[in-house]
Design a protein around this ligand. Structure first.
Ligand code: GLU
Length: 295
């Protein structure tokens, strides 16, 4: 049985892109009678707000996107992150790093505009004398990997272009890359459907799954919703929140747009039906995302 999930971070309200990820992951799980779990990604306590979480939950409910079982929460999984981190440490797969962001920025340039500067490996052979550890990084030297994505097909990633990545942050908490792998494993997720903005993260997560000897979930990265000129939409102007008058009372129209974006063309006869009915119709008519699905 497919076990999919939606994992919003309560650092802001949902936006059009996250609504598409929610609907897409719901359809992919539910089309075959699977389960759709909800996890609140509240790792970065300083940026998370209870008010955003409440708004996200109420908004999902208003759209008829009802999750199965209890809500998961990253803040409840810290002990498991620590145990997995210890396992990685014993494998010799991680090492402490003393480099600051500024030092890494000075060390080189990004391979492509907008990409991060690869970590140069300065602390890989041991901390330089007199330096204090800040973050912990995972060794990736010489690794090139290929993983399958349902929409993109085989995706190749050469870690030389990204470098050893952080699994435990200087602030003391575990990094998203480590947390998400542990979270998905703990809740038995076998299908990860999310936006293309996270495609770059996936090789890191696949590498962690592999090092830990865990089976990989299926991955499917959906296209990002862009403006008419192809530009990224600003989160503020595309908020999907119950606090927004442009959303309340217009849920069904927004849902039709999200379904349309995902290749489900809702017939005119269904105009005016509830979100629950739209989702059910979508579930029955949704074609699984593949590399030929034209998305
Ligand atoms: N919490 C992440 C976000 O809101 C998504 C995590 C994931 O889907 O793996 O961007």
């Amino acid at each position: 049985m497919v076990v999919g999930r939606f994992a919003p971070s309560p650092t802001g309200p949902l936006h059009i892109g996250s609504l598409v990820a929610a609907v897409g992951s719901w359809l992919m799980a539910k089309r075959s009678g699977g389960r759709w779990l909800l996890r609140i990604d509240d790792l970065d306590r300083d940026r998370c707000r209870q008010a955003f979480e409440d708004d996200i939950l109420r908004t999902l409910e208003r759209f008829g996107l009802l999750w199965d079982g209890a809500i998961g929460r990253q803040s409840a999984n810290n002990d498991q992150y620590a145990a997995v981190f210890e396992q990685l440490r014993q494998l010799g797969a991680v090492y402490p790093c003393s480099c600051s962001r500024a030092e890494i920025a000075r060390s080189g340039s990004a391979p492509h505009p907008g990409e991060e500067i690869p970590y140069p490996g300065s602390c890989r052979g041991g901390l330089p004398a007199g330096r204090q550890p800040r973050a912990w990084r995972l060794r990736t030297e010489g690794v090139t990997m290929v993983f399958d994505d349902l929409r993109h097909g085989p995706v190749t990633h050469d870690f030389t272009h990204s470098g050893d990545f952080v699994v435990k942050r200087a602030e003391g908490f575990f990094a998203y890359q480590l947390a998400v792998v542990v979270d998905d494993r703990l809740s038995g997720i076998n299908q990860v459907v999310r936006g293309d903005d996270l495609l770059d993260s996936t090789p890191r997560q696949v590498l962690l799954h592999q090092l830990l000897g865990w089976s990989l979930p299926q991955y499917c990265h959906l296209p990002l919703v862009t403006g008419p000129d192809g530009a990224k939409l600003s989160k503020r102007d595309n908020t999907v929140s119950l606090a927004d008058g442009r959303v309340v009372g217009h849920e069904a129209q927004l849902l039709v747009k999200a379904l349309d974006f995902l290749g489900v063309c809702v017939p005119v006869e269904l105009q005016g039906v509830s979100c629950t009915e739209l989702l059910e119709w979508g579930r029955l008519h949704f074609q699984a995302v593949t590399s030929n699905s034209g998305l």
